[in-house]
Write a protein that binds this ligand. Structure first.
Ligand code: ADP
Length: 400
Protein backbone atom coordinates (compact mmCIF):
# COMPACT_ATOMS: atom_id res chain seq x y z
CA UNK A 1 0.00 0.00 0.00
CA UNK A 2 1.31 3.45 -0.77
CA UNK A 3 0.20 6.01 1.76
CA UNK A 4 1.74 9.32 0.92
CA UNK A 5 -0.28 11.29 3.43
CA UNK A 6 0.21 11.07 7.17
CA UNK A 7 -3.35 10.18 8.08
CA UNK A 8 -5.54 7.28 6.96
CA UNK A 9 -9.30 6.82 7.24
CA UNK A 10 -11.13 3.51 7.29
CA UNK A 11 -14.52 3.47 5.54
CA UNK A 12 -16.96 0.68 6.40
CA UNK A 13 -20.20 -0.37 4.74
CA UNK A 14 -21.53 -3.23 6.85
CA UNK A 15 -24.26 -5.66 5.76
CA UNK A 16 -25.78 -8.74 7.37
CA UNK A 17 -23.01 -11.22 6.55
CA UNK A 18 -20.46 -9.07 4.78
CA UNK A 19 -18.56 -5.89 5.40
CA UNK A 20 -17.02 -3.81 2.63
CA UNK A 21 -14.15 -1.57 3.57
CA UNK A 22 -11.85 1.00 1.99
CA UNK A 23 -8.80 2.73 3.32
CA UNK A 24 -8.32 6.34 2.24
CA UNK A 25 -5.25 8.39 2.86
CA UNK A 26 -5.18 12.11 3.34
CA UNK A 27 -3.12 13.65 0.56
CA UNK A 28 -0.89 16.65 1.10
CA UNK A 29 -3.49 18.76 -0.78
CA UNK A 30 -5.99 17.86 1.96
CA UNK A 31 -7.92 15.67 -0.46
CA UNK A 32 -8.62 12.01 0.37
CA UNK A 33 -7.41 9.29 -1.97
CA UNK A 34 -8.39 5.64 -1.87
CA UNK A 35 -5.51 3.20 -1.28
CA UNK A 36 -7.16 -0.16 -0.56
CA UNK A 37 -10.56 -1.79 -1.06
CA UNK A 38 -11.69 -5.05 0.41
CA UNK A 39 -14.32 -7.05 2.17
CA UNK A 40 -14.97 -9.53 4.89
CA UNK A 41 -17.59 -12.00 3.69
CA UNK A 42 -19.19 -15.02 5.36
CA UNK A 43 -19.57 -13.29 8.76
CA UNK A 44 -21.32 -15.73 11.09
CA UNK A 45 -20.33 -18.79 9.05
CA UNK A 46 -16.91 -19.14 7.42
CA UNK A 47 -15.44 -15.65 7.19
CA UNK A 48 -13.07 -14.62 4.46
CA UNK A 49 -10.95 -11.47 4.32
CA UNK A 50 -9.80 -10.03 1.01
CA UNK A 51 -8.00 -6.76 0.23
CA UNK A 52 -6.99 -5.26 -3.09
CA UNK A 53 -5.01 -2.22 -4.12
CA UNK A 54 -6.32 0.37 -6.57
CA UNK A 55 -4.98 -1.67 -9.51
CA UNK A 56 -7.18 -4.54 -8.20
CA UNK A 57 -4.11 -6.60 -7.24
CA UNK A 58 -4.82 -8.99 -4.38
CA UNK A 59 -2.98 -7.88 -1.23
CA UNK A 60 -4.47 -10.34 1.23
CA UNK A 61 -6.77 -13.36 1.23
CA UNK A 62 -7.44 -15.23 4.44
CA UNK A 63 -10.24 -17.53 5.57
CA UNK A 64 -11.46 -18.80 8.92
CA UNK A 65 -13.03 -22.24 9.43
CA UNK A 66 -16.48 -22.33 11.05
CA UNK A 67 -14.88 -24.08 14.04
CA UNK A 68 -12.74 -21.00 14.73
CA UNK A 69 -15.91 -19.02 15.49
CA UNK A 70 -14.34 -15.73 14.42
CA UNK A 71 -16.93 -13.12 15.44
CA UNK A 72 -17.27 -9.51 14.20
CA UNK A 73 -14.97 -8.19 16.91
CA UNK A 74 -12.22 -10.70 16.08
CA UNK A 75 -12.56 -9.94 12.38
CA UNK A 76 -12.45 -6.19 12.88
CA UNK A 77 -9.41 -6.50 15.12
CA UNK A 78 -7.78 -8.52 12.34
CA UNK A 79 -8.74 -5.82 9.82
CA UNK A 80 -7.28 -3.03 11.97
CA UNK A 81 -4.06 -4.97 12.59
CA UNK A 82 -3.78 -5.67 8.88
CA UNK A 83 -4.31 -2.00 8.02
CA UNK A 84 -1.75 -0.83 10.61
CA UNK A 85 0.80 -3.24 9.11
CA UNK A 86 0.16 -1.95 5.60
CA UNK A 87 0.02 1.78 6.28
CA UNK A 88 3.63 2.59 5.44
CA UNK A 89 3.95 4.79 8.50
CA UNK A 90 0.60 6.55 8.20
CA UNK A 91 -1.76 6.67 11.16
CA UNK A 92 -5.37 5.48 11.19
CA UNK A 93 -7.21 8.50 12.57
CA UNK A 94 -10.85 7.43 12.32
CA UNK A 95 -13.42 5.06 10.90
CA UNK A 96 -16.42 6.32 8.93
CA UNK A 97 -19.51 4.15 8.57
CA UNK A 98 -22.33 4.13 6.12
CA UNK A 99 -25.43 4.08 8.31
CA UNK A 100 -28.71 3.72 6.49
CA UNK A 101 -30.96 5.73 8.84
CA UNK A 102 -30.39 8.99 10.63
CA UNK A 103 -34.10 9.61 11.23
CA UNK A 104 -35.46 13.15 11.40
CA UNK A 105 -32.66 14.50 13.57
CA UNK A 106 -29.43 13.69 11.78
CA UNK A 107 -29.02 15.95 8.79
CA UNK A 108 -25.22 15.68 8.94
CA UNK A 109 -22.63 13.04 9.75
CA UNK A 110 -22.02 12.65 13.47
CA UNK A 111 -19.15 11.60 15.68
CA UNK A 112 -20.34 8.50 17.52
CA UNK A 113 -20.89 8.48 21.26
CA UNK A 114 -22.91 6.13 23.47
CA UNK A 115 -25.78 8.62 23.48
CA UNK A 116 -25.82 8.84 19.66
CA UNK A 117 -25.67 5.05 19.40
CA UNK A 118 -28.73 4.82 21.65
CA UNK A 119 -30.62 7.18 19.34
CA UNK A 120 -29.56 5.16 16.31
CA UNK A 121 -30.75 1.97 18.05
CA UNK A 122 -34.14 3.64 18.27
CA UNK A 123 -34.25 3.87 14.46
CA UNK A 124 -33.80 0.10 13.94
CA UNK A 125 -37.56 -0.44 13.39
CA UNK A 126 -37.37 2.03 10.48
CA UNK A 127 -34.66 0.00 8.69
CA UNK A 128 -34.66 -3.46 10.26
CA UNK A 129 -32.74 -5.10 7.40
CA UNK A 130 -29.80 -2.68 7.42
CA UNK A 131 -29.52 -0.54 10.55
CA UNK A 132 -28.76 -3.41 13.02
CA UNK A 133 -25.79 -4.56 10.90
CA UNK A 134 -24.44 -1.02 10.55
CA UNK A 135 -24.62 -0.57 14.32
CA UNK A 136 -23.16 -4.03 15.07
CA UNK A 137 -20.04 -3.14 13.09
CA UNK A 138 -19.66 0.14 14.98
CA UNK A 139 -19.96 -1.63 18.34
CA UNK A 140 -17.56 -4.43 17.37
CA UNK A 141 -15.01 -1.89 16.15
CA UNK A 142 -15.38 0.12 19.38
CA UNK A 143 -14.66 -3.04 21.38
CA UNK A 144 -11.71 -3.99 19.20
CA UNK A 145 -10.24 -0.48 19.16
CA UNK A 146 -11.92 1.75 21.80
CA UNK A 147 -9.78 4.82 21.19
CA UNK A 148 -10.46 5.05 17.43
CA UNK A 149 -13.00 7.85 16.71
CA UNK A 150 -15.95 6.65 14.64
CA UNK A 151 -18.29 8.72 12.48
CA UNK A 152 -21.74 7.76 11.18
CA UNK A 153 -22.66 9.00 7.68
CA UNK A 154 -26.33 8.61 6.90
CA UNK A 155 -28.09 7.64 3.67
CA UNK A 156 -30.99 9.83 4.75
CA UNK A 157 -29.09 13.00 5.73
CA UNK A 158 -28.83 14.63 2.28
CA UNK A 159 -32.63 14.60 1.95
CA UNK A 160 -33.38 16.20 5.31
CA UNK A 161 -33.71 19.69 3.85
CA UNK A 162 -36.55 18.72 1.51
CA UNK A 163 -39.76 20.76 1.62
CA UNK A 164 -42.25 19.21 4.04
CA UNK A 165 -44.64 18.03 1.34
CA UNK A 166 -41.91 15.86 -0.22
CA UNK A 167 -41.60 14.07 3.13
CA UNK A 168 -45.24 13.80 4.12
CA UNK A 169 -47.67 10.94 3.57
CA UNK A 170 -51.33 11.92 3.57
CA UNK A 171 -52.00 10.07 6.82
CA UNK A 172 -53.14 11.33 10.24
CA UNK A 173 -50.66 13.89 11.50
CA UNK A 174 -49.80 12.02 14.69
CA UNK A 175 -48.41 9.14 12.62
CA UNK A 176 -46.22 11.55 10.64
CA UNK A 177 -44.99 13.04 13.91
CA UNK A 178 -44.13 9.53 15.10
CA UNK A 179 -41.73 9.28 12.16
CA UNK A 180 -43.90 7.60 9.52
CA UNK A 181 -42.80 9.89 6.73
CA UNK A 182 -40.67 9.86 3.61
CA UNK A 183 -36.93 9.99 4.27
CA UNK A 184 -35.21 9.13 0.98
CA UNK A 185 -32.00 7.10 0.76
CA UNK A 186 -28.80 6.86 -1.36
CA UNK A 187 -28.03 10.32 0.05
CA UNK A 188 -24.26 9.81 0.10
CA UNK A 189 -24.34 9.00 -3.61
CA UNK A 190 -26.48 12.05 -4.41
CA UNK A 191 -24.28 14.28 -2.30
CA UNK A 192 -21.23 13.06 -4.19
CA UNK A 193 -22.98 13.83 -7.50
CA UNK A 194 -24.04 17.26 -6.21
CA UNK A 195 -20.38 18.11 -5.56
CA UNK A 196 -19.05 16.51 -8.74
CA UNK A 197 -21.56 17.93 -11.21
CA UNK A 198 -20.40 21.59 -11.08
CA UNK A 199 -16.83 20.38 -11.71
CA UNK A 200 -18.00 18.68 -14.89
CA UNK A 201 -20.54 21.31 -15.91
CA UNK A 202 -20.00 24.63 -14.06
CA UNK A 203 -23.19 26.10 -15.55
CA UNK A 204 -25.24 23.52 -13.63
CA UNK A 205 -24.35 24.71 -10.13
CA UNK A 206 -27.82 26.22 -9.51
CA UNK A 207 -29.65 23.95 -11.91
CA UNK A 208 -32.67 21.66 -11.47
CA UNK A 209 -31.23 18.19 -11.98
CA UNK A 210 -32.80 14.74 -11.92
CA UNK A 211 -30.26 12.14 -10.80
CA UNK A 212 -30.93 8.43 -11.39
CA UNK A 213 -28.92 6.14 -9.09
CA UNK A 214 -29.46 2.81 -10.82
CA UNK A 215 -27.73 -0.04 -9.01
CA UNK A 216 -29.12 -3.23 -7.54
CA UNK A 217 -30.89 -0.77 -5.27
CA UNK A 218 -32.26 2.08 -7.41
CA UNK A 219 -33.71 5.49 -6.71
CA UNK A 220 -33.92 8.97 -8.17
CA UNK A 221 -33.46 12.41 -6.70
CA UNK A 222 -34.65 15.88 -7.70
CA UNK A 223 -31.76 18.23 -6.91
CA UNK A 224 -32.05 22.02 -7.12
CA UNK A 225 -28.83 23.97 -6.64
CA UNK A 226 -27.12 20.87 -5.25
CA UNK A 227 -29.81 20.23 -2.62
CA UNK A 228 -32.35 17.44 -2.48
CA UNK A 229 -35.89 18.61 -3.19
CA UNK A 230 -37.58 15.24 -3.66
CA UNK A 231 -36.69 11.58 -4.04
CA UNK A 232 -38.35 8.35 -5.08
CA UNK A 233 -37.47 6.34 -1.98
CA UNK A 234 -39.73 7.01 0.95
CA UNK A 235 -40.23 5.55 4.42
CA UNK A 236 -38.03 2.62 3.45
CA UNK A 237 -35.64 1.77 0.63
CA UNK A 238 -38.50 -0.22 -0.91
CA UNK A 239 -40.32 2.71 -2.48
CA UNK A 240 -39.94 4.24 -5.92
CA UNK A 241 -38.29 2.42 -8.81
CA UNK A 242 -38.43 -1.35 -9.26
CA UNK A 243 -34.99 -2.71 -8.29
CA UNK A 244 -33.02 -5.95 -8.57
CA UNK A 245 -35.29 -7.78 -6.14
CA UNK A 246 -37.37 -4.96 -4.57
CA UNK A 247 -40.81 -4.00 -5.85
CA UNK A 248 -40.63 -0.21 -5.72
CA UNK A 249 -43.87 1.78 -5.46
CA UNK A 250 -46.85 -0.43 -4.84
CA UNK A 251 -50.47 0.27 -4.01
CA UNK A 252 -50.71 -0.21 -0.23
CA UNK A 253 -54.00 -1.99 -0.90
CA UNK A 254 -51.94 -4.89 -2.26
CA UNK A 255 -50.43 -5.42 1.20
CA UNK A 256 -53.88 -5.48 2.82
CA UNK A 257 -55.00 -7.98 0.20
CA UNK A 258 -51.97 -10.20 0.77
CA UNK A 259 -52.57 -10.21 4.51
CA UNK A 260 -56.29 -10.77 4.37
CA UNK A 261 -56.71 -13.07 1.37
CA UNK A 262 -53.43 -14.95 1.35
CA UNK A 263 -52.88 -14.98 5.10
CA UNK A 264 -49.37 -13.58 4.67
CA UNK A 265 -47.46 -12.42 7.74
CA UNK A 266 -45.36 -9.26 7.94
CA UNK A 267 -42.21 -11.39 7.59
CA UNK A 268 -43.54 -13.17 4.50
CA UNK A 269 -44.56 -9.87 2.87
CA UNK A 270 -41.18 -8.40 3.71
CA UNK A 271 -39.41 -11.31 1.96
CA UNK A 272 -41.73 -11.08 -1.03
CA UNK A 273 -41.28 -7.34 -1.53
CA UNK A 274 -37.55 -7.09 -0.71
CA UNK A 275 -36.16 -10.36 -2.09
CA UNK A 276 -38.51 -11.86 -4.68
CA UNK A 277 -39.88 -8.86 -6.55
CA UNK A 278 -38.37 -6.23 -8.86
CA UNK A 279 -36.45 -7.34 -11.94
CA UNK A 280 -36.19 -10.87 -10.54
CA UNK A 281 -39.88 -11.19 -9.79
CA UNK A 282 -41.08 -9.78 -13.12
CA UNK A 283 -38.58 -11.68 -15.27
CA UNK A 284 -38.38 -14.95 -13.34
CA UNK A 285 -34.86 -15.00 -14.81
CA UNK A 286 -32.46 -12.81 -12.85
CA UNK A 287 -32.01 -9.67 -10.76
CA UNK A 288 -28.93 -8.74 -12.82
CA UNK A 289 -29.57 -6.24 -15.61
CA UNK A 290 -26.73 -7.68 -17.73
CA UNK A 291 -28.36 -11.12 -17.73
CA UNK A 292 -31.77 -9.67 -18.57
CA UNK A 293 -30.45 -7.62 -21.49
CA UNK A 294 -28.81 -10.69 -23.01
CA UNK A 295 -31.53 -13.15 -22.18
CA UNK A 296 -33.97 -12.94 -25.12
CA UNK A 297 -36.69 -14.20 -22.78
CA UNK A 298 -39.99 -12.30 -23.19
CA UNK A 299 -40.47 -11.82 -19.45
CA UNK A 300 -36.88 -10.56 -19.09
CA UNK A 301 -37.66 -8.00 -21.78
CA UNK A 302 -40.81 -6.94 -19.90
CA UNK A 303 -38.80 -6.48 -16.71
CA UNK A 304 -36.33 -4.22 -18.54
CA UNK A 305 -39.16 -2.26 -20.13
CA UNK A 306 -40.94 -1.80 -16.81
CA UNK A 307 -37.69 -0.52 -15.27
CA UNK A 308 -37.17 2.05 -18.04
CA UNK A 309 -40.85 3.07 -18.09
CA UNK A 310 -40.81 3.76 -14.35
CA UNK A 311 -37.58 5.77 -14.56
CA UNK A 312 -39.19 7.94 -17.24
CA UNK A 313 -42.40 8.30 -15.24
CA UNK A 314 -40.53 9.29 -12.08
CA UNK A 315 -38.54 11.82 -14.11
CA UNK A 316 -41.80 13.59 -14.92
CA UNK A 317 -42.80 13.60 -11.26
CA UNK A 318 -39.42 14.85 -10.04
CA UNK A 319 -39.27 17.55 -12.70
CA UNK A 320 -42.70 18.71 -11.52
CA UNK A 321 -41.38 18.85 -7.94
CA UNK A 322 -38.72 21.33 -9.10
CA UNK A 323 -40.90 23.22 -11.59
CA UNK A 324 -38.66 22.11 -14.45
CA UNK A 325 -35.53 20.22 -15.37
CA UNK A 326 -32.18 21.56 -16.62
CA UNK A 327 -30.10 18.35 -16.68
CA UNK A 328 -30.29 14.60 -16.17
CA UNK A 329 -27.58 12.42 -14.59
CA UNK A 330 -27.14 8.64 -14.67
CA UNK A 331 -25.07 6.96 -11.96
CA UNK A 332 -24.36 3.62 -10.12
CA UNK A 333 -23.86 0.14 -11.66
CA UNK A 334 -26.55 0.22 -14.36
CA UNK A 335 -26.51 4.00 -14.84
CA UNK A 336 -22.74 4.12 -15.30
CA UNK A 337 -22.34 1.05 -17.49
CA UNK A 338 -25.49 0.16 -19.37
CA UNK A 339 -25.76 2.05 -22.65
CA UNK A 340 -28.91 0.15 -23.71
CA UNK A 341 -30.80 1.20 -20.57
CA UNK A 342 -29.69 4.83 -20.93
CA UNK A 343 -30.75 4.76 -24.57
CA UNK A 344 -34.20 3.39 -23.72
CA UNK A 345 -34.73 5.89 -20.90
CA UNK A 346 -33.50 8.69 -23.16
CA UNK A 347 -35.95 7.66 -25.89
CA UNK A 348 -38.84 7.76 -23.40
CA UNK A 349 -37.75 11.27 -22.39
CA UNK A 350 -37.79 12.62 -25.95
CA UNK A 351 -40.86 14.71 -24.99
CA UNK A 352 -38.55 16.68 -22.65
CA UNK A 353 -36.29 17.40 -25.58
CA UNK A 354 -33.69 14.87 -24.47
CA UNK A 355 -31.66 13.47 -27.35
CA UNK A 356 -28.98 10.86 -26.70
CA UNK A 357 -25.87 10.70 -28.92
CA UNK A 358 -25.52 6.95 -29.70
CA UNK A 359 -21.72 7.00 -30.06
CA UNK A 360 -21.12 8.97 -26.84
CA UNK A 361 -23.59 6.73 -25.02
CA UNK A 362 -21.93 3.52 -26.27
CA UNK A 363 -18.56 4.88 -25.10
CA UNK A 364 -19.92 5.71 -21.58
CA UNK A 365 -18.81 9.30 -22.08
CA UNK A 366 -19.44 11.94 -19.40
CA UNK A 367 -21.86 13.78 -21.68
CA UNK A 368 -24.10 11.47 -23.69
CA UNK A 369 -26.65 14.00 -24.98
CA UNK A 370 -26.32 15.31 -28.53
CA UNK A 371 -25.76 19.04 -29.20
CA UNK A 372 -29.42 19.15 -30.27
CA UNK A 373 -30.65 17.94 -26.89
CA UNK A 374 -32.67 20.57 -25.01
CA UNK A 375 -30.94 19.60 -21.75
CA UNK A 376 -27.59 17.87 -21.14
CA UNK A 377 -27.50 14.24 -20.01
CA UNK A 378 -24.43 13.17 -18.03
CA UNK A 379 -22.96 9.89 -16.82
CA UNK A 380 -21.12 10.41 -13.54
CA UNK A 381 -19.59 7.53 -11.59
CA UNK A 382 -20.65 7.81 -7.96
CA UNK A 383 -18.33 7.24 -4.99
CA UNK A 384 -20.15 6.84 -1.70
CA UNK A 385 -17.01 5.62 0.06
CA UNK A 386 -15.12 8.75 -0.82
CA UNK A 387 -18.00 10.87 0.44
CA UNK A 388 -17.83 8.99 3.77
CA UNK A 389 -14.06 9.50 3.96
CA UNK A 390 -14.46 13.25 3.36
CA UNK A 391 -17.23 13.52 5.98
CA UNK A 392 -15.22 11.51 8.49
CA UNK A 393 -12.18 13.69 8.05
CA UNK A 394 -14.31 16.84 8.37
CA UNK A 395 -16.17 15.59 11.45
CA UNK A 396 -12.85 14.89 13.10
CA UNK A 397 -11.41 18.26 12.11
CA UNK A 398 -14.50 20.01 13.55
CA UNK A 399 -13.94 18.21 16.85
CA UNK A 400 -10.32 19.28 17.16
P1 ADP B 1 -25.22 -1.82 -5.45
O1 ADP B 1 -26.57 -1.21 -5.49
O2 ADP B 1 -25.22 -3.21 -4.93
O3 ADP B 1 -24.14 -0.93 -4.89
P2 ADP B 1 -24.08 -1.32 -8.08
O4 ADP B 1 -24.33 0.14 -8.13
O5 ADP B 1 -22.69 -1.80 -8.09
O6 ADP B 1 -24.89 -2.05 -6.94
O7 ADP B 1 -24.86 -1.98 -9.32
C1 ADP B 1 -24.90 -3.36 -9.44
C2 ADP B 1 -25.84 -3.73 -10.58
O8 ADP B 1 -25.43 -3.05 -11.76
C3 ADP B 1 -25.78 -5.21 -10.92
O9 ADP B 1 -26.80 -5.91 -10.25
C4 ADP B 1 -26.01 -5.25 -12.41
O10 ADP B 1 -27.37 -5.55 -12.65
C5 ADP B 1 -25.77 -3.85 -12.88
N1 ADP B 1 -24.69 -3.73 -13.89
C6 ADP B 1 -23.37 -3.67 -13.68
N2 ADP B 1 -22.71 -3.57 -14.86
C7 ADP B 1 -23.65 -3.56 -15.82
C8 ADP B 1 -23.63 -3.48 -17.26
N3 ADP B 1 -22.50 -3.39 -17.94
N4 ADP B 1 -24.82 -3.50 -17.90
C9 ADP B 1 -25.98 -3.59 -17.23
N5 ADP B 1 -26.06 -3.66 -15.90
C10 ADP B 1 -24.93 -3.66 -15.21
Amino acid sequence: MTTHGRNAILVINAGSSSLKFSVFREAVSGDVVVAVNGQISGIGTEPRFEAKDTAKRLLADRSWAASEQADRKTLLRFLLDWIEEHLDGARLIAAGHRVVHGGVRFSHPVLLTDAVMEELDGLVPLAPLHQPHNLAAIRALAEAHPELPQVACFDTAFHRGQPWQSGAFAIPRELTEEGIRRYGFHGLSYEFIARRLPEIAPALGDARVVVAHLGSGASMCAMHGGRSVDSTMGFTALDGLPMGTRCGTIDPGVLIYLMRNKGMSADAIEKLLYNRSGLLGVSGVSNDMRVLLESGDAHAEEAVELFCFRIARETGALAASMGGIDAFVFTAGIGERSAPIRERVGARLGWLGIDIDPAANAANETTISSPASRIPVHVIPTDEERMIAVHTRNALAAKR
